[in-house]
Ligand binder design. Structure first.
Ligand code: ZN
Ligand code: ZN
Length: 385
């Protein structure tokens, strides 16, 4: 637009910010923010809420909050919900609660999105028992109709506490056809609690609706192999083959000076690949000294151990971290920020905890579900994702 001589409008800017948020692209958000100020759009509510959303999705809630507070009196419910959703993605339920309370203090009436943010925050914080109460509160005290997303949160939460029968009753009684997301929430819970039979059943439900879902295949094959049900594992393999299920390729990216660098596993396309692999080797050696043990159940079982270990080393998210360290992608004291298009794997999750101690730096990973913030040997998800 700029090159062709069109002036930007509040709508083009907020569209751009929405896209940057989807990619968790912080530097793009900052550049557009600068443009917003120069172009004099900073008084617009539309742009303001797009900035809150953009920074929030990029995982920098403090920046989202700053924009929000700068024009607090003008902020509409969209902006309030965007900020709450940003806290929710981090599992920061206390800040989400606090906003919910102040929202009412500002005479705004919470809507379905506000409640979805609260439920998501609780879910990401592993506070499953409170989800029930908020769900009821939404219906009884606020007269809101729960959507399928609200129900999915509730079902997943009930299942996580081990009450599978009740969770299934909710599924059968809700006014919606359960979609793949509902079954996926149940599948996660079953696999988390090591319920192999149920997990297999749920995985089949997911695959009926989304025959190519990589998550269902991975979780089901892990849970079935962990209890030695090789017949079912074979059936699963056959299903994958028959359906020619294309694996969605895992990609991780990192932004360095406004440029996005994308990696896939065992990728040698980057022009600095040699240095990246060297750096990674060095990092892996360092964390092993600190006691890191590879999580081998992420790779197939019929490969010898040394090869399996190596396969883990070259995951896309590890390559992105190594590259980030290599080019000093953020200032000292600032976190390394990685985005992944799928769920972060257990092994990388474990490795990153140790890496924060070796590097003395925070690592933030936004995966398809949530933010993981690795600080000082721990992750904010407390391993419950
Ligand atoms: Zn990995
Ligand atoms: Zn985590």
């Amino acid at each position: 637009m700029a090159r062709r001589g069109f002036a930007s409008t509040i709508h083009s800017v907020s569209g751009g910010l929405r896209a940057a948020g989807q990619l968790a692209s912080l530097e793009q958000c900052k550049m557009m923010h600068a443009h917003v100020i120069v172009a004099g759009f900073d008084t617009s509510v539309v742009v303001g809420s797009a900035l809150v959303n953009g920074y929030g999705k990029a995982g920098v809630v403090s920046d989202a909050r700053r924009v929000f507070e700068d024009s607090l009196s003008d902020m509409n419910i969209v902006a309030w919900n965007a900020l709450m959703a940003a806290y929710a993605q981090q599992g920061d339920y206390k800040s989400a609660f606090e906003l919910f309370e102040s929202m009412e203090g500002c005479r705004l009436v919470p809507d379905g999105y506000s409640f979805l943010a609260i439920l998501t925050a609780l879910c990401n914080a592993g506070m499953f028992r409170q989800i029930d109460q908020w769900f009821t509160r939404m219906i009884v005290n606020y007269g809101l109709e729960p959507s399928l997303e609200h129900c999915t949160c509730l079902v997943g939460a009930i299942a996580r506490t081990g009450e599978f029968d009740r969770a299934e009753r909710v599924v059968l009684n809700m006014p919606f056809e359960p979609d793949a997301a509902v079954w996926r929430a149940l599948l996660s819970a079953c696999s988390y609690l090591g319920e192999a039979d149920r997990a297999w059943y749920m995985a089949k439900r997911v695959l009926e609706l989304e025959p190519h879902d990589p998550f269902a295949y991975i979780v089901a094959s892990n849970v079935l192999s962990s209890v030695g049900r090789w017949d079912d594992v074979a059936e699963l393999r056959k299903m994958i083959k028959d359906r020619r299920a294309k694996k969605v390729i895992g990609r991780s990216w990192i932004e360095v000076q406004g440029e996005v660098h994308v990696f896939v596993a065992a990728d040698w396309k980057h022009k600095r690949s040699k240095e990246i692999y060297q750096k990674l080797q060095e990092l892996m050696g360092d964390i092993e000294k600190l006691g890191y043990v590879p999580v081998l159940d992420e790779v197939l079982h019929n490969v010898e151990e040394e090869k399996r270990k190596e396969a883990l080393w070259y995951h896309s998210e590890k390559l992105a971290v190594a590259f980030g360290v290599l080019c000093g992608s953020a200032l000292p004291g600032k976190p390394l920020r990685i985005v992944k298009n799928l769920r972060i794997c257990k092994d990388c999750h474990e490795a990153f905890k140790y890496m924060t101690r070796v590097l003395e730096r925070e690592i933030i990973v936004r995966d398809v579900n949530r933010y993981h913030r690795f600080v000082n040997g721990n992750c904010t998800c407390r391993d419950t994702w």
